[in-house]
Design a protein around this ligand. Structure first.
Ligand code: G6P
Length: 613
């Protein structure tokens, strides 16, 4: 997963950047590179593979200077090879850029720049950024203004760092949305830039965090921050503790909050390397899936526990809808004991963040005994569920510390979507147009998730109204029925409030009896194919005196006119709507628990990895 480190100051930039990148190695990546200003011109070293390869390159062909930027890349557009590794230079060789995120409109921008005579040297989306900066610098604008103009063309969420040999006294860094943070570290006569704090903590504990749509002009003596509209920003300097755990938490109070916020970035990484937006195709090589094997599948059994089980429920809808393969969904602790009927060509897909959950592993063993092909979706590389599977998909979220799973819920949702598209493609179940549309929809996901995160303050306000409730009902339907289950699970796990997720259509068969003023009802009602049914659910709850907290698509005035509170969602393609819809629910549970003063990251009686049956 992408990491960024930059340095400007009196020391040799190369070792500082390489050490910083090392500290981000835990995030996982497939190529690495750095650019240093050496004797007034920019020198780049980069290659596919691990940092050790980059270090060897630098040893063979050293580079020294006082300004530089480095990057570890997890491929999104273009293969993980040397020419696609960052940093990327412009045509003049005077400007260089590293970038985290996805440039959603890169095909349009590439066409526009090509028409202006720009020649591209990589398959990446990132390269458009450096050419845009050059375009504006050639119009006699300084680096900072040129970068600002360039960034205003980008759609999506980004962390970007640039420097130019024409202005060797500065580095420009910017953050748009939530594709990862940008942190500036203030030293004595030297300044650092990074995507994550661990990269720079050994040098300084005085840091400035950029907010979305802010940019920093970084010099040896400090930093100037402005918005992408050009307005100056009065920033705060934070003093962070040396404690590595506290440092990891950054500006967040709890890991859970940090992990919720990491989702735009983890979703970028989830898509990274798997999606070819130009061909409109998905690649999941670790599954080792051939067209013949895909065509033989009669049925898929998904099995998992807890949050992973809810992801599996969404997966059932996606695989059945997109690939037209029947899917059975079992809670792992049930699967094993129900003597499932598994045919030779059936696949059992286990989902597990830790990859070590005893019930899930036992279900996998049972499936193995019955001769199924075993797949897994796991977060922890090298875990048991990965090792015993015939093929796997790794979640790419980075470590999840908070016991209540958040980013390891949204990542498998996207993995399952990609799996469904891949299966459909290999089985010839999709027209090219449909496949391209489904693949293209993925491009917007990180930014849409980021837009939910931007509304945290609104969610916190709703949380204040629910602080003292004893019960809460969550209703959802269709693809967002599991969102109701997951929202309720989050609330009960960390706030200890009794919460139930229910299929909305079942409300009239029982739970409606519970509804009164003391039973708030969270209704998940985005503009998806079940919208009208959900709308009438809100009316029914209101008619019985219930307090309704509705999740609705931005601009839905019908819902805002009847619900007591609305948590707004960006307009999301419905098959990906569980990814965005769960984010306000994660934030809601988080803020209720935090406001109640509870131990959010380690709730009572729960364990992150349950290795007993
Ligand atoms: C525990 C955790 C849950 C988690 C479940 C499955 O119960 O408290 O948050 O969803 O295990 O964990 P896994 O690692 O298999 O995804």
């Amino acid at each position: 997963m992408c990491g960024i480190v930059g340095y400007i100051g009196p020391q040799d930039a190369t070792p500082i950047i390489l050490n910083g990148l090392k500290r981000l190695e835990y995030r996982g990546y497939d190529s690495a590179g750095l650019a240093v200003l050496e004797n007034s011109h920019i020198e780049v070293r980069r290659d596919a593979g691990k940092l050790s390869r980059l270090i060897a390159l630098v040893e063979e062909s050293p580079l020294h200077g006082h300004v530089g930027i480095g990057h570890t890349r997890w491929a999104t557009h273009g293969e993980p090879n040397a020419r696609n590794a960052h940093p990327h230079m412009g045509m003049t060789g005077d400007v260089v850029v590293v970038h985290n995120g996805i440039v959603e409109n890169f095909l349009e921008l590439r066409e526009e720049l090509s028409a202006e005579g720009v020649v591209f040297n990589s398959d990446t989306d990132t390269e458009v950024i450096v050419h845009l900066v050059e375009r504006y610098m050639s119009r006699e604008t300084g680096l900072a203004e040129a970068t600002r103009s360039a960034l205003n063309h980008l759609r999506g969420a980004h962390g970007v760092v640039v420097f130019s040999s024409r202005e060797p006294d500065k580095i420009v860094a910017a953050r748009i949305g939530n594709a990862g943070g940008v942190v500036v570290g203030l030293g004595e006569g030297e300044t650092f830039v990074a995507s994550d704090m661990p990269a720079i903590l050994e040098h300084t504990r005085r840091v400035v965090f950029l907010e979305s749509r802010q940019m920093a002009v970084v010099t040896r003596s400090g930093v100037e921050v402005k918005t992408l509209d050009g307005a100056p920003v009065a920033y705060e300097v934070h003093n962070v503790a040396w404690d590595p755990i506290a440092a990891e938490k950054g500006a967040y109070r709890h890991f859970m909050q940090k992990e919720i916020h990491e989702q735009a970035r983890s979703l970028t990484d989830t898509i990274g390397g798997r999606v070819d937006f130009e061909d409109g195709r998905i690649r999941l090589p670790e599954l080792k899936l051939t067209p013949e094997r895909a065509q033989r599948i009669q049925k898929i059994f998904i099995t998992a526990c807890g949050t992973a089980g809810h992801a599996g429920m969404v997966g059932k809808v996606l695989i059945e809808r997109i690939a037209r393969i029947p899917v059975e969904l079992d809670i792992a602790s049930e699967f094993r004991y129900r003597d499932p009927i598994i045919a030779k060509d059936d696949v059992v897909l286990a989902i597990s963040q830790s990859g070590e959950t005893a019930d899930t592993l036992a279900a996998m063993e049972e499936a193995r005994r019955k001769g199924a092909t075993l797949w897994s979706i796991v977060n922890v590389i090298g875990s048991q569920a990965m090792r015993i599977a015939d093929g796997y998909i790794s979640m790419q979220t980075g470590p999840e510390i908070g016991v209540a799973s958040t980013k390891a819920y949204t990542a498998p949702l996207v993995d399952l979507y990609m799996l469904a598209v891949l299966l459909a493609d290999l089985r010839g179940a999709l027209s090219e147009r449909e496949r391209r549309r489904l693949v293209n929809d993925l491009r917007r996901v990180p930014d849409l998730a980021g837009r939910c995160l931007d509304r945290e303050a609104e969610v916190e306000n709703v949380a204040r109204t629910l602080l003292n409730v004893s019960h809460c009902l969550y209703l959802g339907r269709g693809i967002n029925m599991p969102t109701a289950y997951e929202g309720a699970l989050k609330l009960k796990e960390i706030s200890y409030i009794h919460a139930e997720g229910y299929p909305a259509g079942e409300m009239k068969h029982g739970p409606i009896a519970l509804i009164d003023r003391d039973m708030p009802v969270v209704v998940i009602a985005p503009k998806d194919p079940w919208y009208e049914k959900m709308f009438s659910q809100i009316e029914q709850a209101k008619a019985r005196g219930g307090t309704v907290i509705a999740l609705a698509t931005e601009g839905d005035e019908m819902i805002s006119s009847i619900a007591d509170h609305v948590l707004w969602l960006p307009d999301t393609p419905w098959m990906l709507s569980p990814v965005t819809a769960v984010i306000p629910l994660q934030l809601l549970a988080y803020h209720i628990a935090a406001l109640r003063g509870l131990d959010v990251d380690q709730p009572r009686n729960l364990a992150k990895s349950v290795t007993v049956e």
